[in-house]
Write a protein that binds this ligand. Structure first.
Ligand code: SAH
Length: 351
């Protein structure tokens, strides 16, 4: 995407809206995040937010072990492709590949990344990787071992609201200075599932067409060429209503409409719907569990202890990192892990 017009994202949105009327939330979020990720390295204590692989190497290692275990039990098919969607700095890939190699798993590496700035950082961490704009160019000749951590939540959502005049899309309007939300003019009943049309006035339904398409395509590829996928994100496993759009800047929640392009816009992932989509493509849904239960089942306690025994000066920090990843009041309950496989593949650990 080109941003060489010298305008900030906010200025560009104000102009577009002045010219052709309110824009959808999906338009606002998509363009805002494209600019956001292409202009910085947002991760870590100096950045805007911190993700599980940046908290501890244990996260990537245990994911690598999960993938190696299921690949071995599925018969060690080669060639095999490690695919990561939205790999950030490449830290998860680096840690997972190291753990896999200990079990004789050395897959080709494919990183699906939109940001050139982040591709450069990933290159330093995973020199043997190849990059893709989306899944379509990832090879078809062997099973996929696919991971997406905090990728789906960054994809643009669409919101529909029940008004006195029926269902409408939530749109972003501008007075030239600030943004506000308005109901669109087009009737949108057709986009609302029949069972939900009767909701009371003010109800908001949020969907992520990009997340749905990603899981639809992944499920199809798993069924066709074999493999397994882990989608890890904050979200809910039961159907819900309401807006979950939020923005994070410098580790604080900020108004999602205050600084487009300068804050990370995310929405909670609807794992209930994604599991249904995967199954509609004949992939096997192993389940959706919490990050805390998943990492505990894979042995994070033993791993933290082993690393701490090896380097006692880090033992305390390792325990703190483990608690951050699995603690129910920290990331442990809010973050979910959904696993999918080819129906012919064995079940994975922890589900
Ligand atoms: N998985 C990493 C980073 C999560 S942040 C971690 O856990 O640390 C979201 C990542 O998805 C970033 O790498 C961002 O550049 C990428 N991304 C967001 N939207 C994208 C899109 N539409 N296509 C490709 N990559 C995208």
């Amino acid at each position: 995407m080109s941003f060489d017009d010298g305008l900030t994202t906010a200025e560009r949105f104000h102009r577009i809206i002045a010219h052709s009327g309110p824009i959808s939330i999906a338009h606002f979020m998509g363009e805002s995040n494209a600019r956001y990720y292409d202009s910085r390295d947002p991760f870590g204590s100096a950045g805007d937010f911190i993700t599980a692989p940046e908290i501890s190497q244990m996260f990537g290692e245990l994911i690598g072990l999960w993938l190696a275990d299921i690949w071995i039990r599925a018969g060690r098919t080669e060639p095999v492709h490690y695919v990561e969607l939205g790999p950030g700095r490449g830290t998860l890939a680096k840690d997972a590949l190291k753990a896999m190699a200990r079990y004789g798993l050395e897959p080709a590496v494919h990183l699906v990344e939109g940001s050139q700035e982040l591709r450069d950082i990933q290159q330093a961490n995973v020199p043997r990787a190849r990059w893709h704009n989306d899944l379509s160019s990832v090879p078809f000749d062997g099973p996929l071992l696919l991971v997406a951590n905090e990728f789906l939540d960054a994809l643009p959502v669409r919101q529909l609201v029940k008004t006195a005049h029926g269902w409408r899309e939530v749109m972003v309007a501008s007075d030239g200075e600030t943004f506000s939300l308005v109901a669109g003019e087009q009737p949108m009943e057709g986009a609302v599932p029949e069972a939900r049309r009767q909701a009371e006035e003010g109800t908001v339904l949020e969907t992520s067409p990009g997340a749905a398409a990603t899981v639809f395509e992944t499920a199809g590829r798993l069924t066709e060429q074999g493999g397994a996928a882990l989608f890890i994100d904050y979200g809910h496993s039961e159907p819900r209503t309401g807006s979950t759009l939020q923005a994070i800047r410098a580790h604080e929640k900020v108004d999602p409409f205050a600084m487009p392009g300068e804050a990370d816009l995310t929405a909670h992932v609807d794992f209930h719907q994604l599991a249904q989509i995967a199954q509609s493509r004949d992939a096997k849904w192993l389940g959706t569990t919490t990050q805390g239960r998943f990492l505990s089942a894979l042995g994070i306690d033993a791993r933290a202890k082993a690393l701490g025994d090896y380097a006692p000066q880090h033992a305390e920090a390792l325990q703190a990192a483990k608690e951050r990843l699995v603690g129910p009041d920290q990331m442990g309950d809010l973050f979910k892990v959904m696993a999918l496989t080819d129906p012919a593949w064995p079940d994975g650990a922890g589900f």
